[in-house]
Ligand binder design. Sequence first.
Ligand SMILES: [Zn+2]
Length: 414
Amino acid sequence: MSNIDVIEKFLRYVKIDTQSDDTTGTSPSTMKQHDLARLLEAELKEIGASDVFYDQEHCYVYASIPSNCDDSEAPALGFIAHMDTSDEVSGKDVNPRIVEKYDGEDIKLSSDGEFILSPKDFPELKNHIGEDLIVTDGSTLLGADDKAGVAEIMTMAHTLLSNPDIKHGDIKIAFTPDEEIGEGTAFFDLKRFGAKFAYTVDGGKLGELEYENFNAAEGIIEVKGRSVHPGDAKMRMINASLICYEFHALLPVFQNPMYTEKREGFFHLTEVKGSTDSAKASYIIRDHDKDLFEQKKNLFAEAADFLNKKYGVGTVTVTLRDQYLNMVEKILPHMHLVDNAKKAMTDLGITPIDNPIRGGTDGAALSYMGLPCPNLCTGGYNYHGRYEYASVQEMRKVVDLLLKIVDIYKQKDF
Ligand SMILES: [Zn+2]
């Protein structure tokens, strides 16, 4: 199998600029994502995948590898990765470099020494001593998020198709655009995809397995004030900006992203704008727990009610909108997805890490669309920035992990 190398594929994919852009309003958000889609379509055909379909309108690529087991009961199992990269740092002219047998010291990314990948800033680098690390030249992100996932799925597919002696059930593959701007599943064709269960391969550290994410809502308050010349404002002025402060002060101080971790939820003030006459504050509300999530939304609305009692009806208007929900409810009836991934990891000497996501994933949206879909690790780190890196050895392990999961699912009907 030595001719099938995940790293060779990865280095090819990261050189294609696929940055998405949440300001264009189109699907896909940027046309350059088609460049990678076209390449993947060609490669899938070349390695002999079946049902290769490139949705040229919305930039999705689908393929399948039919079961080669006789009378297999196995469910059709899917693997999904996204093609786009974050809009925070450029993904153009990515110039990856492999640091062989990392020695635990600083890695100079740019030749002028301006950008240094240092264990002082990123202590987990010390876990990779002796490994080969793929890094940037400091001018771009790397794109391991999620081209590591793309390369690992392609390598798994290539391996299965080149080795018919490896038995497997029906395998489904999809590559999506615009995950980074929250639009990755907007035009996902579940029927064409055809999987009963799937995994996104879009996590980080080797061993991470994610099947819980936040419940998420957006909360906006708008305050109507009364502007009067401050010279004769006594008992007449209502300062909208101050009511905004007052609103915020009614929320629990420590339920704030600055003070929370793991499964602790929060209210996060993302933007505030105001004058005496009017003010507006935008929040995001997050909690893994459904009840605590509802409580947070209620508290948010009650804080506004209180201020309306104090200052008069209509002073504060609240708008609450759910954004996405915790996938765990959709995964719990299919815990074999978690158990089998953990078993595959343990069999390969990888320690599974249960990691509740403090955000959302495409897998959450897919789970609610009817495709239960936990997230697997990729071996990439420091996403969305120039300090992004990936471990060669971990990426190869992830390919083994995908093949192991395929093996576990090959016979039984789950
Ligand atoms: Zn990603």
